[in-house]
Design a protein around this ligand. Structure first.
Ligand SMILES: Cc1ncc(COP(=O)(O)O)c(C=O)c1O
Length: 386
């Protein structure tokens, strides 16, 4: 494990309250919407010598086994909203009006699995086709999950960045790319996707309020291109409110860690070589729109080996939470820190012994075979709700 500490995290621009409200109102109108559970797993916290551990279980989001549909759906809504001249209501999105506005569009994107399934799901809700590009090492179960939403899947020679390029090259008339990575000339949709993830933090704050609980002291966020991390940064935008943010990445794809460590503020691409079991985090380049938020607001960047994810998956499974390799990565970085740098959280981040820790399980067993291999038993989350 490698750790880079940002000793001067700064306040960044907060998400506007009306955006937070708009995003939440939209998601609540989607079919199958329900807040995902926020679960106390104090047994794991106790094992780590910490006070309180809260796990937000996104493995249950919309029956898609991952959080990603929150971002993709909101981005598509905003595109159709613009097409409607600002008149499309959230409740009309999945309905005749949404279908009229989406007429003629083929939705497309590159993905390491979860985002592509989310885009395919939205396309299906709108009665539109989708073409999804995946890197060559994508496991069959993830490809099948995308196909099960009715999409065409194109397997690209190479890694995630190659899939992004290919989706862009083949973007012709009628195709609309809904990508979560921003790059020069492609900014607007990734920003909407980042905003879509705010619902997770909005739900958490409501759930904590209902329980009469204080906000967390520290939040561990796993990152691929950093879009999800940027939502966390925008929600907990001011470090002086006392919430520390930790960015967790696999060592084989630690583009945010390396960009932060370089210290000149410029984002860096890494070459994906070794591969990682954390497929959702296997990204070579940070998103252009996410990077500044993450760079400025996050307190710590952790780059870790795959075995920590396996350990975190087992801990979560023992407590009844089904978590995939990328889903467990936030907790994995906490476990790695406690094991290899036991004084770090107290001495460097000034956390109290009874600190409240928040992690987000961002996916369930999106690779059931991998899950079985690591956990040693069958998964049981295959049903979609309603
Ligand atoms: C399960 C899971 N967790 C976390 C992430 C990271 O999100 P981001 O790429 O926005 O950093 C992904 C991305 O695909 C994912 O699939």
């Amino acid at each position: 494990m490698k750790v880079f500490q940002n000793h001067n995290p700064s306040e960044i621009q907060a998400c506007q309250p009306h955006v937070l409200e708009d995003v939440f109102r939209f998601h609540r109108a989607l079919p199958g919407y329900a807040p995902t559970p926020l679960i106390s797993m104090d047994g794991i916290a106790g094992d780590l010598g910490m006070g309180r551990l809260l796990v937000k279980d996104e493995g249950r989001r919309f029956g898609l086994k991952a959080f990603k549909a929150l971002g993709a759906s909101y981005a598509v809504y905003r595109v159709l909203h613009e097409r409607s001249g600002g008149r499309l209501e959230p409740g009309e999105f999945v309905g005749e009006r949404g279908r009229e506005l989406a007429d003629g569009i083929t939705f497309s994107c590159a993905t390491d699995g979860n985002h592509g399934r989310a885009v395919a799901w939205i396309a299906g809700l709108l009665g539109r086709p989708a073409v999804i590009y995946v890197p060559e090492e994508t496991v069959p179960a993830r490809i099948d999950a995308i196909r099960s939403e009715g999409a065409q899947v194109v397997v690209v020679d190479g890694g995630y960045d190659d899939a992004v390029r290919r989706a862009e090259e083949e973007c012709k008339d009628g195709r609309m790319i809904i990508a979560d990575i921003a790059y020069p000339g492609y900014i607007k949709i990734p920003r909407y996707i980042q905003q879509g993830y705010l619902t997770i933090f909005r739900e958490i704050s409501l759930q904590l309020e209902e329980e009469g609980e204080e906000p967390p002291d520290i939040v561990f966020i796993q990152a691929g291109v950093g879009a999800f991390a940027s939502a966390a940064a925008q929600f907990f935008n001011n470090p002086s409110n006392g919430v520390r943010l930790v960015c967790a990445e696999p060592q084989a794809a630690d583009c945010l860690f390396q960009s932060a460590e370089a210290g000149d503020g410029i984002l860096r691409s890494i070459s994906s070589g070794a591969g990682t079991i954390m497929a959702g985090l296997n990204c070579e380049t940070p998103s252009l729109t996410a990077w500044p938020d993450v760079r400025d607001r996050f307190d710590v960047f952790v780059s870790m080996e795959d075995h920590w994810a396996e350990e975190a998956m087992r801990s979560l499974a023992a407590g009844g939470v089904m978590s995939g390799e990328s889903g467990a990565a936030g907790l994995a970085s906490l476990i790695a820190l406690c094991a290899e740098m036991p004084g770090f959280l107290g001495e460097e981040l000034h956390l109290r012994d009874n600190a409240r820790i928040l992690v987000i399980n961002t996916e369930a067993d999106t690779d059931p075979e991998g899950y079985r291999r690591i956990i040693g038993k069958e998964s049981s989350l295959d049903e979609k709700p309603g």
